[in-house]
Design a protein around this ligand. Structure first.
Ligand SMILES: CC(C)(COP(=O)(O)OP(=O)(O)OC[C@H]1O[C@@H](n2cnc3c(N)ncnc32)[C@H](O)[C@@H]1OP(=O)(O)O)[C@@H](O)C(=O)NCCC(=O)NCCS
Length: 197
């Protein structure tokens, strides 16, 4: 199964919003996200990337179908509660490029699309020339969570191999888990990579 990688920016993202929304709902339904997503929220959320300055969307395509996607934008364009942990630690928000998500249908994993998502986003941030750090956050779930699949392998090693370090910086997000009746607060941990010049 050969995958094609295509990167788009700013308003070029708009035509792919529904494809990426469907992918996010499908992939984040699984542990550890357990997200019970809905298309109207997804469309609003993804529209911010098509309107943001210096944003990008990396697509993985198989025979013309979008099977994976990854987004990024300057942290300065994220909401204040995402910026706050960086400001508290003395980071200049303007020097941090934020990786928002990576989602790939399970059948297409292990072929290098994940590597391409990180490579393309890092290259873009480097080319922009004004960033010293890359950062993303990942949900924290208790070890004994009832929906953790047996043998679940966390992505920590994959991220470390991409040069990211786990931090003790946390943020909060809210969504409805698929086994819950209403939205609850989630804790997410930031991972950071310094961009050496
Ligand atoms: C994160 C995610 C996109 C990674 O995708 P992936 O395509 O399986 O990742 P890759 O195949 O690029 O890399 C996985 C490993 O396989 C290796 N690999 C396997 N086949 C490969 C190939 N043909 N070419 C290159 N690398 C390959 C990579 O080197 C990497 O190993 P490493 O970390 O030891 O270097 C995918 O696991 C996913 O969608 N997960 C669910 C959603 C999620 O949790 N997202 C993260 C939070 S936003």
């Amino acid at each position: 199964m050969s995958l094609m990688i295509q990167t788009v920016h700013g308003e070029q993202i708009a035509p792919f919003i529904d494809d990426v929304a469907r992918l996010r709902i499908e992939v984040f339904h699984e542990f550890p996200y357990l997200y019970d997503g809905d298309m109207s929220y997804e469309r609003r959320y993804l529209k911010t990337f098509s309107q943001a300055k210096d944003s990008l969307l990396v697509l993985a395509l198989h025979e013309g179908e979008v099977v994976g996607a990854s987004t990024g934008l300057p942290l300065a364009q994220e909401p204040p509660d995402m910026q706050a942990p960086f400001i508290e630690r003395g980071y200049e928000v303007e020097r941090v490029f934020y990786f928002s998500e990576s989602v790939l249908k399970a059948a297409y994993r292990g072929q290098g699309a994940g590597l391409a998502f990180f490579r393309e986003r890092e290259q873009w941030a480097r080319n922009l020339g004004s960033f010293d750090f890359l950062a993303f956050c990942a949900v924290v779930r208790p070890e004994e969570h009832p929906l953790r699949p047996a043998g679940h392998v966390p992505l920590d090693a994959f991220w470390q191999h991409r040069g990211f370090q786990r931090t003790d910086m946390l943020c909060r997000m809210y969504w409805k888990d698929r086994d819950e009746p209403a939205e609850t607060e989630k804790q997410l941990r930031f991972w950071i990579k310094p961009l050496d010049k």
